[in-house]
Design a protein around this ligand. Sequence first.
Ligand code: TMP
Length: 216
Amino acid sequence: MGKGRFITLEGGEGAGKSTLARALSERLSAAGITARTTREPGGSPKAEAIRGTILAGQVRDFGPFAEALMFSAARIDHIDSLIRPALERGEWVICDRFIDSTRVYQGVLGKLDRALLAALEAVTVSGLMPELTLILDLDPQIGLARAAGRRRPGEAADRFEGETLAFHRNLRQAYLAIAQAEPQRCVVLDATQPPEALAEAAWRVLRERLPVDPEP
Ligand code: TMP
């Protein structure tokens, strides 16, 4: 295994994860580190196909556990075809959403049993855990308005954006609970900051938590 590092970005809708992923990747590249940004669901051709199916709401009628299984199927392909090979080459991988999204979205929405989700997570990731997870915290009313602003005219909200505000408020609390339970992995960042300030705050955490080894 090379010196690759695995970082995940999490948070509700419209929190600015993909903008932050790009900003961090640029800063890492400027520091001489090969960084790769990717996302879930998706990140590999097969997982992107599953993404389209889930976000169009085509799995919804099969129930929350089936949705969790589909996210997991996409994740297995993404890990096998992109994440593990990149880490083995010594690259840093910045992934927009990962296991915490399943814990939070499927856990909260489907009220799925925690032990069941934990067992599914264990077989899905097979030992691959992020070293650092940045949780972008934002009032869901602001996040949903941002997400709506990004849609093309006439485009409908996707499978999860279309859920109730109460659901999105519960998601926020569930993310904060994960951060509290796993402080060694998770850091909460205030996502109301402008993108440049958020990138700066995230960069400081990254440098502190994952110092780059000096060249031998
Ligand atoms: P996004 O990448 O544009 O945020 O869209 C992904 C959506 O899928 C978002 O609403 C969160 C949801 N999601 C889950 O419900 N479970 C998961 O495991 C993942 C990765 C995403």
